[in-house]
Design a protein around this ligand. Structure first.
Ligand code: ATP
Ligand code: MG
Length: 567
């Protein structure tokens, strides 16, 4: 986790990452009849974040690459935390990134009968027992990696008694926490997960799919590998924290599999991103405590949040491809994600003029009743996108920050007696300002040079600065939500104290009277991306109404990735 990855991860000559290389080798060796079937197994207890995207891009991506299939399986084994709301949201997010499971939608709860039967079989074979100790006591007896554990006094209970108790556990005769079913493996194993792991626990909360049918629920380790097996999954790709679980995965799967087909687990490094947290528990806390405005708050690393912020599916895939898949835990720079979306939007976002912090500019020598129509490129990166018209008049809005009364030497924007070009229009010269009683500038006065209109003879006269502008009579107001990092330190996930103390209090700035050009006002649609000239990339927020356009800032124009690399 200490390591911040600064380079793209290497892949082999055929462009395959290490997981794909393993898959290719298995296919070449004819394992599982030459079949590839992956799966993405989210637990429906929260919304997907960009870390999950890294996981399912691998699962669906590998299936696509090798002509295999990928299942979507909801790991719904804990009715206390799970909900239908999350199931739908998860499906929507996977679709958003362009993946589809077709008819391969499964639920771990569909396997409850078969898992229960397997548990009964293991009891009958003397491989499982009912333990009546508390979870604290069981934990105490686990031992340490260097010291063997202590056997439970119930470990050698007769098989008939185990069968009877397990059945009655499932009928609801016993309280939650009063007993568990444990695998009888090896209390002295080097692998702590082999020290008689818990297979089943009692939960009395009704399940959103199976209702009151079950009172015992399988633990992850007893459900996951078998579910893979039941579905015909060949490659079960997950994150590194499951490495120590792999022997147990293989142990339980062996109870079912034979030499013709056996699923295999492969682990890669999880995605951790600077200035945010990725734990579902912490994200849930941010939402529940109102520290952000919901799961789709544009500051959240959830896919819903990123979407609302203006991230595109291709920018997320590009980022995941750049950071790659390795066997080392790492912390990735958010600047690289921003770099990816900037690159994508630079190619696709329409350029428009918006003034976010307006001050009035008056051209004293421009006729009061005159309007001209200037022609603006929709995207200089792609001339096929064409142009649009923008009215020009005597009164214009410009950015307050583009004017300084007493500028430092290298200030090339507007100041008294200095010239700038108004983008796509004329060169102007500042002649003075008007201030209110508080000394705040209310009007900037200037004259324009009629011989310098862009695109006409004389336009080649050069000045250092170019400002964007919007004509006052035709401008409309808009709201702009400007976001900063949600956390004020690079790695809040690794902080020992209360992570909420690290929230950046200035992570959201709202501007209510931005001025937008009429062409943009006439085509506002939630989800559309724009480049606001000189300001950055913005997306139309779903809160938008025809009377009240709302934009979220996705990223600024300046690429901070190169700078982050040097740190
Ligand atoms: P928890 O299990 O604590 O509820 P989780 O984030 O692991 O949280 P799951 O629904 O189990 O949630 O995750 C589904 C899949 O996504 C798992 O295979 C997991 O390995 C993977 N995954 C989760 N977080 C990340 C991450 N940050 N980077 C990459 N993959 C991840
Ligand atoms: Mg998990």
């Amino acid at each position: 986790m200490e390591e911040i990855i600064k380079e793209e991860e290497s892949v082999n000559e055929s462009g395959l990452n290490f997981v794909e290389q393993e898959i290719a080798a298995d296919l070449a060796a004819g394992k599982n009849g030459g079949r590839l079937n992956t799966r993405f197994p989210p637990e429906p207890n929260g919304y997907l974040h960009i870390g999950h995207a890294k996981a399912f891009i691998m699962d669906f991506g590998a299936a696509e690459k090798f002509g295999g299939t990928c299942n979507l399986r909801f790991d719904d084994t804990n009715p206390q935390k799970e909900d239908m709301e999350y199931v739908n949201a998860i499906m929507e997010d996977i679709h958003w990134l362009g993946y589809d499971w077709g008819d391969r939608l499964y639920y771990a709860s569909d396997y409850f009968p078969r898992l229960y039967d397997l548990a009964v079989r293991l009891i009958k074979e003397g491989k499982a027992y009912v333990d009546e100790q508390s979870s604290e006591e069981i934990a105490r007896q686990k031992g340490t990696p260097t010291q063997p554990g202590t056997a439970s006094p119930y470990r050698d209970r007769p098989i008939e008694e185990n069968l009877d108790l397990f059945e009655r556990m499932n009928k609801g005769e016993f309280d939650e926490g009063s007993m568990v079913l444990r695998a009888k493996i090896d209390m002295a194993s080097d692998n702590m997960h082999f020290r008689d792991p818990i297979m089943y626990r009692i939960i009395k909360t009704p399940h959103w799919r199976t209702g009151e049918t079950w009172k015992v629920y399988p633990m992850y380790d007893f459900a996951h590998g078998q579910s893979d097996y039941f579905e015909g999954v060949t490659h079960s790709i997950c994150t590194l924290e499951f490495v120590p679980h792999r022997p147990l995965y293989e142990h339980f799967v062996k109870e079912l599999a034979d030499e013709t087909y056996c699923p295999r687990q492969i682990e890669f490094n999880r995605l951790n991103l600077t200035y945010t947290v990725m734990s579902k528990r912490k994200l849930l806390q941010l939402v529940k405590e109102g520290l952000v405005n919901g799961w789709d708050d544009p500051r959240m690393p959830t896919l819903k949040g990123l979407r609302r912020r203006g991230y595109t599916p291709s920018s997320i895939k590009d980022f995941v491809n750049r950071i790659g898949y390795t066997r080392y835990e790492a912390l990735n720079h958010i600047e690289l994600l921003e770099h990816s979306v900037r690159e994508d939007l630079n190619k696709t976002a329409t350029r428009v003029s918006v003034i976010q912090n307006p001050v009035k500019l008056i051209l004293d020598n421009y006729p009061e009743d005159k309007t001209e129509t200037m022609v603006m490129d929709n995207n200089p990166e792609n001339p096929a996108e064409g142009t649009h018209e923008m009215p020009f008049s005597r009164e214009l809005w410009i950015e307050r920050e583009d004017f300084m009364e007493n500028p430092p030497k290298k200030f090339f924007r507007l100041s008294p007696d200095k010239e700038v070009r108004l983008k796509g229009a004329y060169i102007i010269k500042c002649t003075g300002v008007v201030k209110d009683e508080n000394g705040e500038i209310t009007e900037i006065h200037a004259t324009y040079d009629p011989d310098t209109r862009s695109g006409l003879p004389g336009a080649d006269r050069k000045v250092k600065g170019t400002l964007h502008w919007v004509s006052v009579p035709t401008a409309t107001d808009a709201e702009i939500r400007d976001y900063d990092r949600l956390f004020s330190i690079e790695n809040p996930g690794a902080f020992d104290g209360d992570f909420r103390e690290l929230i950046n209090p200035d992570s959201l700035k709202v501007r209510h009277n931005a001025k937008i050009e009429p062409w943009l006002a006439g085509r506002i649609q939630a989800g559309d991306h724009y480049q606001f000239q000189r300001l950055g990339y913005y997306v139309v927020d779903p809160d938008t109404t025809p009377e009240h356009p709302v934009f979220n800032k996705t990223v600024g124009l300046k690429d901070s990735w190169a700078k982050a690399m040097k740190k």
